[in-house]
Structures are given as C-alpha cells and as structure tokens.
Design a protein around this ligand. Structure first.
Ligand code: KPL
Length: 297
C-alpha cells in the first residue's frame, strides 16, 4: 500500500515508524525541499521507548500528494489544515491526527467527508532536527469516522485501524469521535499553554498549587463553552491531571513549538473557545488571557 504522511512533525514521524514496523514504506510529504532530501539521504532516525536508535527507510517529496497514493495520514499543524488539504487527492481514506478544534470541519468542507476519519493520540513523541523522532511515552490512540454512522468494514477509520493494528500499534474505534476531539482539546487547553508559558514539562505542572488552580479554572470555563455547543463533558480537569502524570516526562507540543521558534496551535484551542464564547454571548476571561499570553510569546 502506498501511504503518504502529510506533516512530518513529531506525530507524523512517530506513526511513520509504526508503519515501517508493519512492513510499509511511507512517503513523507514535506513543505521544505531540504527536509525531503534529508529524509532520502538519512532516513528516519527513530529512538524507541527503550532508548534504542534505529534508522528507518522512508521516502519523501514536496508539493502535492501523488495521485497513486492509497491512504493519507494527515498530521499538519491546525493552522495549515486548509492549505495542506488542497494538496490531497480525492476519494482515498484520510486520517487526521491533529491537535485542536475545527480541523474536521475544515477537512470535511474540502474533501469527501465519507473518506474522512479523525483520530487522537496521547502517545508522546519529540521531533529532533529535520528527520529524527524520540518516542517518549506510550499512550492511547482512538479513531472514528467523520460520518459516525460509517464504521462499516470499509470505512476510513476501520481501514486505518487495521493498518495501524497490523503494524503493532493497537487502536480503539469510537462512533463519537467529535466528543473525543473535544475531550482531547480540554486536555491540551489544560496543559499546553501552561507548559509553554512556564517552560515546564507536563509532570512539573503538578508541583504548583497556584498554577493548578489557574489550569482548572481555564478548563472548567472551556467545558462550559463546550456544553453551549451541545457537547457535554465531565471531569475534564481530572483527565488533565491524569495526562500530566502519564506523560510527566513529555515536552508538550506547544512548548516544543515555542522552543523551536515556531507558531503555536493556541488559536485552535483557547482561540476557538473564545470564538464560541463570543457567539454564545459569554465572556471567556481565562481562555482569552491564555490566548493573548501565548500569542505574546
Ligand atoms: O497532546 C499533547 C501535546 O503535547 O500536544 C499532550 C497530551 C499534552 C502530551 O504532551
């Protein structure tokens, strides 16, 4: 099978390693020619959970996703979703494994929604340089179809679940991926801006009671906005604490972005909460403050 990975960041590289393990040779679709050449020359440097480093053979191109691609893993940053989606072929199973709110809506407008699956992962990985990835913590991966009634034998989520599971990466299927996307966004709202502002690893957030209070108020505010959108979530802050413990040694994706001088995904987290809040006629002081502070970084 010809599998393209659009977005060769930490998660794209982690799943490329999974697919190589399953006997596939994934194709990275890069924005920079320099990075595509580096993948060709050096392969993918993969440090596994035991700390062992392997060099894996992958292919890489720039530009459009080749027309003969059988499946796409879409792992671009949320602010690149619309422009990267324009480079995808139509009619093949696409799995979006992205952070934040609104990616599914953007993709469903540009592609055939029946071909679209969304996924979430709490596996921790750090990108190093242009071609390396360090797999730092095992987590869970959940997939579901954009059309929830899908989940038939040939639904995009099932095709991707089979591909990943047969490559040694078990996944769970859900018929309500949108709620899962919101749940994961709550975790990211409760962790990512705080790690970025305070330069802390996920587990270090647990050491400061005053910071924990601010994290809780921000997440509870976002949970109320979710309810206003018809998504009823409970115990989001308990999940934040659990993920801080499970991924204690992780550098969050937002802190990785800040340290590398890249744009962050704060707009698709606190920014979306602020926008929904405005539409609901509700102020969102905590999320607005985090949005502005991270923007100021
Ligand atoms: O998804 C993550 C991220 O860093 O973006 C968490 C779950 C917080 C793990 O670091």
């Amino acid at each position: 099978m010809r599998i393209a990975i659009v977005g060769p960041g930490a998660i794209g590289r982690l799943f490329a390693g999974v697919l190589v393990n399953g006997g596939h040779r994934p194709l990275f679709v890069c924005r920079r020619e320099e990075q595509a050449q580096a993948f060709f020359r050096d392969g993918l440097g993969f440090v596994d959970l035991a700390g062992e480093e392997k060099r894996l053979r992958v292919e890489a191109v720039t530009g459009d996703v080749p027309a003969d691609t059988d499946a796409v893993l879409f792992t671009v940053k949320s602010y690149d979703t619309a422009s990267a989606a324009a480079k995808l072929p139509q009619g093949i199973p696409i799995l979006s494994l992205q952070n934040g709110l609104g990616n599914g809506e953007t993709l469903a407008k540009q592609l055939d929604p029946a071909c679209l699956a969304l996924g979430l992962t709490t596996h921790g990985a750090t990108a190093e340089g242009d071609t390396n990835v360090h797999y730092k913590g095992a987590g869970l991966t959940v997939l579901g179809d954009w059309y929830p009634q899908n989940l038939g034998k040939n639904s995009p989520a099932r095709i991707w679940a089979e591909l990943l599971t047969s490559s040694g990466h078990p996944v769970t299927l859900t018929d309500d991926i949108r709620t899962e996307v919101w749940k994961k966004a709550m975790v990211n709202i409760g962790i990512n801006p705080f790690t970025a502002l305070y330069r802390k690893q996920n587990g270090e957030l647990l050491d400061s009671p005053s910071l924990l209070r601010l994290m809780r108020l921000t997440v509870e505010e976002a949970e109320r906005i979710a309810a206003g959108e018809g998504v009823v979530l409970t115990n989001s802050f308990a999940r934040v604490l659990e993920v801080c413990r499970q991924t204690a040694a992780n550098t969050s994706s937002m802190l990785q972005d800040v340290l590398a001088g890249r744009r962050t995904e704060i707009e698709s987290l606190c920014g979306v909460i602020e926008t929904f809040g405005r539409n609901q006629g509700t102020e969102t002081p905590y999320n607005t403050a985090m949005l502005e502070l991270v923007r100021a970084l």
